[in-house]
Write a protein that binds this ligand. Structure first.
Ligand code: PLP
Length: 396
């Protein structure tokens, strides 16, 4: 139950990639037949991705993943020519791929970029009024994620994009945790740039896409060949791109068909069953982000008086993989920046875990989790002096 960290390949994705490793390998820039075969496969994948995003194939830039896509969006758009100063608005709840990129832009030696980090409310939602109040005449880019990796909370991206555009700024959204879960239409979302990562949508790790609206001028991060219409130099990862294209087709099908036993509605019902079952069995617990729109597969829960790290390890020993914060942060002991921004106390943020289901999660998996998690929480709370104190107070 850690699908927001990464997902396995769908068998159809592996099958599509298979010939491109050995049998029909080629450099997509070569003019001979193997090269042209690879080029055709990349073009086909680009069209599949364009259908998922409802954009032109020429607006799809293949990258090495979500981190690169986010960095390319921010660094690619924010190219000040000194003494010009540019302003970037993003949020305090972004993935580190955006957060740290924004901090790096602000810290650049020529320091011509100012960054504003918007807060969120207790549900994890960013306020359009805050965005309006933060805009400046030199705001060049607004970057707000579509779905949060820790809580699954979905931001009002269309509204935020309209506000950015009215002020003459471009709008980027990190849709890494939305792709394959929500229908994505770049025009309906109103974004100029949108990031996707393959390994969150049943395609291989190390693959991704940045959608770049045709009118956007983007400076490349890498210098080299003219690949990806000069927006991303480097020989294409043909097998990876083929897998990502196939995953885009399957994602589109899964979302549109929404079959009773295998679709977003079914996944949301498994997630809801998990949440309700846990809250029925465990006291002093709750859902972070509850009440806000959320993607179907994600829940973030706190179990007061429990250290999430200890819970993650206890569950791992029982064969249940979950996350205490975003996977990229694991090992760090600071409370999650997302939960802190939402106003959770450090203790409650440290008592929070994320469960993220995948298309492969079954009703039986949920039943198992509903046994394993409550018993692990009980065992850990037995060792917790603060829980004992709270019980004594409750019974007094
Ligand atoms: N953005 C979000 C919201 C993510 O959840 C992640 C990964 O967890 C990334 C960006 C980075 O993607 P990648 O792992 O492909 O670099």
């Amino acid at each position: 139950m850690d699908a927001n960290a990464t997902t396995p390949l769908l068998p159809e994705v592996l099958e599509a990639m298979h010939p491109f490793w050995i049998e029909t390998f080629g450099n997509a820039s070569s003019i001979h037949q193997p090269g042209q075969h690879a080029r055709a496969a990349v073009d086909h994948a680009r069209e599949s991705m364009a259908r998922l995003l409802h954009c032109r194939a020429s607006e799809v830039v293949f990258t090495s993943g979500g981190t690169e896509s986010d960095n390319l969006a921010l660094f690619g758009v924010l190219q000040p020519s000194p003494p010009e100063r540019l302003h970037l608005i993003t949020t305090g709840i972004e993935h580190h791929a955006v957060l740290h990129a924004a901090q790096a832009l602000a810290a650049q030696s020529h320091a011509c970029i100012d960054v504003t980090f918007l807060p969120c409310d207790s549900h994890g939602l960013v306020s359009p009024a805050d965005l309006t109040a933060s805009l400046r005449p030199n705001t060049r880019l607004v970057s707000v994620m579509l779905a949060n990796n820790e809580t699954g909370v979905i931001q009002p991206v269309r509204q935020l994009a309209d506000i950015a555009h009215a002020a003459g700024a471009l709008f980027h959204t990190d849709a890494v945790q939305a792709a394959g879960k929500l229908p994505l239409d770049v025009s309906a979302l109103g974004c100029d740039l949108l990031s996707i990562s393959g390994h969150k949508m049943y395609a291989p790790q190390g693959t991704g896409v940045l959608y770049v609206r045709r009118s956007v001028r983007l400076a490349p991060l890498f210098h080299g060949g003219t690949h990806e219409r000069q927006r991303r130099a480097g020989t294409e990862n043909v097998p990876g791109i083929v897998g990502l294209g196939r995953a885009a087709e399957l994602a589109q099908q899964w979302i549109v068909e929404d079959r009773p036993a295998d679709g977003p509605t079914h996944l949301a019902s498994l997630r809801d069953e998990l949440e309700q079952g846990l809250l029925q069995q465990i006291d002093e617990a709750g859902i972070n982000g509850y009440g806000a729109p959320r993607v179907a597969n994600t829940t973030n829960l706190y179990f007061d008086h429990v250290e999430a790290e200890a819970l993650v390890i206890a569950l791992d020993l029982k064969g249940l993989s979950v996350s205490g914060g975003s996977a990229c942060q694991s090992g760090a002991t600071e409370p999650s920046h997302v939960l802190s921004e939402m106003g959770l106390t450090p203790a409650r943020a440290r008592a929070s875990i994320r469960l993220s289901l995948s298309r492969m999660t079954t009703a039986e998996d949920v039943r198992d989790a509903l046994t394993l998690i409550p018993s692990a929480v009980v065992r850990l709370r037995d060792l917790s002096p603060s829980y004992r104190r709270s019980r004594i107070l409750a019974s007094a």
